[in-house]
Design a protein around this ligand. Sequence first.
Ligand code: GDP
Ligand code: MG
Length: 309
Amino acid sequence: MKSVFKVFHKGLKKTAVSFSRKLEGAFAGTKAWNDETYDLLEAALIGSDFGLSVSIRILDNIKERYEHGGIKTGADIITVAKEEIVSILNKNPKPFNLADKELTVIMLVGVNGCGKTTTAGKLAHLLCNEGKKVMLAACDTFRAAAVEQLNLWGEKTNSYVVSAKHGADPSAVAFDAVQAAKSRNYDYLIIDTAGRQHTKKGLMDELAKMNRSISKVYPGAPQEAWLVVDGSVGANALAQAREFSKCGNLNGLVCTKLDGTGKGGMVVAIKDEFNLPVKFVGLGEQSDDLQLFNPDMFADALFEELDRD
Ligand code: GDP
Ligand code: MG
């Protein structure tokens, strides 16, 4: 079995390496920590996109413990930072439940290019491997290529794809898909949506309408509505997430492209701001590069490259 820690370690390597470079030598040896040391740590945290609020909290915690003699080495810094991060990530946990007997509808929302369609495909792959019956709904009818892309994932994962012609009403596609998935006893229906610019009010209205259509056929659905965020765009992603959070019923977060970035810390910043549970992280473009989120392993992997002297 592939070790889950290795998956996080490999996927977060860029963040871990860039973080450790920024801190190189700062806490080494026996010299007393001073403002310069703390500035370096603050810059390293902010530079890895933990966000100002989380970075300052970690820093204050470390300063206070140092001044009271509670900590004194570089390794202690890692311990304190990890504790803080894990505690943020563990707030309001809502682990993904694979045991549901009823049809679970998962809707993925987020800006163009954040990785919704790829996540839908990877999620289908993961669920099919668990022996689940999975249907995909191509509700990004705005871009013709999006339906094609989802069809390819359908073929790859052997999942049924519900789609309609380019420009069709996404709510109607969602409605049909839920009806089909219910009547044919599917375990999961994954709804891929369009991600035109979040500044266009039309998209938010469209998502709200889609929600209403879904719950009309299946009250209580979508049970899962996840915001997909591109982890490689750093702090910018927070502004996008803020807009999409107006969409109302979001209850989870997927952070993609963490493999290609040194900004993995933003998972913590987004979690801290929105308090949305992180469900999965995307650590690559292949079918099995979607990883069920694990706060402890995530935090361990983030600091893996630091010297512990
Ligand atoms: P959408 O517009 O939100 O549906 O985004 P797509 O799913 O089409 O993804 C946009 C691009 O990002 C594609 O080239 C994907 O292969 C790539 N991508 C998605 N998720 C990941 C990930 O976790 N890691 C990497 N490296 N690339 C990803
Ligand atoms: Mg797409």
